[in-house]
Design a protein around this ligand. Structure first.
Ligand code: SAH
Length: 300
């Protein structure tokens, strides 16, 4: 876990949390040592934990629909802290930061945490209509409308919003993205849908083990044509036009073999510099790729 991640030294203490948050208590069990632990196999328990941590540690009251992907707070913080490292390394002040979050989800998690913890401004996009509207209401109900704008990307043809490429002269500090990881074929093997098209993980085998705790999600949150490699490479392609309008492009990547495929493409683009970083969260390892057209940007 990142050094500055508040949960590194202070992981959630379920004994204390259950005392203060009755809604969490019923999802806890007593360990042989007499302490309480959370039943991570229950998707609802994981959802309530996220709500409780957002409230207790960040003063955020968030609507998280039962059928949407639930963001794991410590893991989302790791990615934000990697970006903060980059910004500090480049002596960028928090009040000057304007980031883009691609596929913000119903939770709008990265902009909410980024705005609340660091004071960053955000432009967030979301292709799914329901998720976009819940994201908008989460921004509003937390009084962050001055910092965060959510836009619904209508057809998904372009990943970066038109506004970024067109008229306005804004230079964005960074972009970030937690892309749908799987190709449709792959998500079919790992997740099963119920009659309401809500997907739940079924298998944890193969090249890329599925999540170890229960995961419930909508298909658009799990899968995209060509999986994460295709999604990130679309952003790379669009960045050829946008160039330094976004100072540093970044994306999360789920597995190493995806990263190799992405690096192979980036290596061939002479004007791009890139770096790779690792995010550790418990037994799960994720990666971040960052690339830039801006000669002034210093990588870590
Ligand atoms: N950022 C959130 C959600 C990640 S899931 C989190 O970290 O929890 C990926 C999200 O990307 C989904 O909500 C999906 O609807 C959205 N998405 C997929 N393709 C997109 C596109 N072309 N433009 C914007 N959002 C997209």
């Amino acid at each position: 876990m990142h050094e500055r991640n508040p949960y590194k030294k202070n992981p959630p203490n379920f004994t204390l949390l259950a005392r203060d948050y009755p809604e969490l208590r019923k999802h806890c069990f007593v360990t042989p040592r007499g302490t309480l632990n959370l039943n991570f196999n229950d998707a609802e328990a994981v959802r309530i934990l996220t709500l409780v941590l957002l409230k207790k540690d960040f003063g955020l009251v968030v609507e998280l629909p039962r059928n949407n992907l639930v963001p794991r707070i410590p893991q989302r913080l790791n990615y934000l802290l990697f970006i903060e490292d980059l910004l500090m390394h480049n002596a960028v002040n928090n009040e000057d930061v304007f980031g883009i979050d691609i596929g913000t989800g119903a939770s709008c998690i990265y902009p909410l945490l980024g705005a609340k913890k660091f004071g960053w401004k955000f432009l967030a996009t979301e292709i799914d209509e329901d998720s976009a509207s819940i994201a908008m209401s989460n921004v509003k109900s937390n009084n962050l409308s001055e910092k965060i704008t959510v836009i619904r990307s209508s057809d998904g043809k372009m990943i970066f919003p038109e506004a970024v490429g067109a008229g306005d002269e804004e230079v964005y500090t960074f972009s970030m993205c937690n892309p749908p990881f799987y190709d449709f074929e792959e998500s079919d093997k790992k997740y099963a849908a119920d009659e309401n098209d809500v997907y739940e993980n079924v298998v944890t085998e193969g090249e890329r083990p599925g999540p170890r705790s229960a995961t419930v999600a909508k298909l658009n949150e799990l899968a995209t044509e060509g999986g994460e490699v295709a999604f990130v490479l679309r952003m790379v392609e669009e960045s050829k036009k946008l160039r330094a309008r976004i100072r540093v492009y970044t994306s999360m990547v789920g597995i190493k073999t995806s990263m190799y495929k992405i690096e192979r493409v980036l290596k061939e683009i002479a004007e791009i510099r890139y770096m790779v970083s690792t995010l550790n969260q418990g037994r799960t390892q994720r990666f971040v790729i960052a690339w830039t057209y801006d000669n002034a940007v210093k990588f870590l």
